[in-house]
Design a protein around this ligand. Structure first.
Ligand code: RIB
Length: 292
């Protein structure tokens, strides 16, 4: 099975449980506070590792980031290519949780100081047999995609968080897109509330790509050329949806890379993310494959 290089973000998640999402001009006390390990990159590495994949996490933390290395190593994620940058603070996220939903403010910090030199050093150790997984929380994305494509690596891109920078990347070099309905609508430049329009838009814009689209309660889709496969959700009482998408990405990819069976991969990913939403926090609520 391919190795996965996840070049991605690591954030301290400052999580505040709230009575309601804070309004403009309002000051509101939180009901509780906890600091967790997070970042879409870290969460996805943990999900991949828990799903049984050989995963290397490349990225950057500040001088206070040793805890991240220890945490990833605890779950057997290889951190050889994770660097400490004494001049930058580790990335962080301010997360409000209310009635199972979240709202997230990001500060990129060290995640945004990944440069071409670091990318060249890391990619030296990988080849066309390996998979590069990306999210949209680090710097130098275009360079990374270009260089990995030159090597012939398979590139999977979870376009979260979706913003206009995504359109400046060489998206034609991506092999697999993993998006939720907002990201999918952004990418397809379609209306997010009409799933058929999003699917059609994605298919038209990226006719030769594999696309995984998650649509909350409406389940998920695998789209490739004329083929569309749908997967229902596993119903669960959501306590905290943080990292549900990351769990889906990690478990889908792990299962798909193992045997190429899309239906099995969608089913496993749906099951795993239904467990993540039942626990508080990001990486810590991701299940082990043996628990599914
Ligand atoms: O996907 C959830 C993650 O998004 C959080 O852990 C937070 O750090 C942000 O990156």
């Amino acid at each position: 099975m391919s190795r996965v290089l996840n070049f991605g973000s690591l954030n301290y998640d400052h999580v505040y449980e709230m009575d309601h999402f804070t309004e403009p001009k309002e000051t509101q006390s939180s009901l509780s506070y906890i600091r967790n390990f997070g970042g879409k990159g870290l969460n996805q590495s943990i999900a991949l590792a828990k799903a049984g994949v050989e995963v290397y996490h490349a990225g950057k933390v500040g001088s206070d980031g040793q805890d991240f290395i220890d945490y990833l190593n605890k779950y057997k994620v290889d951190t050889t290519y994770l660097k400490k940058d004494d001049n930058e603070a580790t990335g962080h996220a301010i997360i409000e949780i209310c009635k199972g939903q979240n709202r997230i403010i990001l500060h990129g910090g060290a995640n945004r100081s990944i440069d071409e030199k670091q990318i060249d050093e890391v990619l030296k150790h990988f080849s066309k047999d390996d998979v590069l997984l990306l999210q949209n929380e680090i710097s130098s994305m275009s360079y990374l995609i270009d260089k990995a494509h030159e090597k012939g690596m398979t590139i999977a891109f979870n376009t979260a968080p979706m913003d206009k920078s995504v359109f400046s990347y060489p998206l034609e070099k991506v092999d697999i897109f993993i998006v939720n309905e907002i990201e999918g609508a952004g990418l397809a430049q379609a209306k997010g509330d009409d799933i058929d329009e999003v699917i059609e838009g994605l298919r038209t814009k990226f006719p030769d790509k594999k696309i995984i689209l998650t649509v909350g309660e409406k389940g998920s889709y695998f789209i490739e050329k004329e083929q569309i496969i749908h997967q229902d959700v596993y119903k669960a009482e959501a306590v905290d949806t943080t990292a549900a998408g990351d769990t889906f990405t990690g478990f889908f990819l792990a299962s798909y890379l193992k045997d190429g069976d899309v239906r099995k991969a969608l089913d496993l990913a749906a099951k795993a993310s239904s467990i993540t939403v039942q626990g508080k926090g990001a990486a810590q609520s991701i299940p082990e494959i043996g628990d599914l």
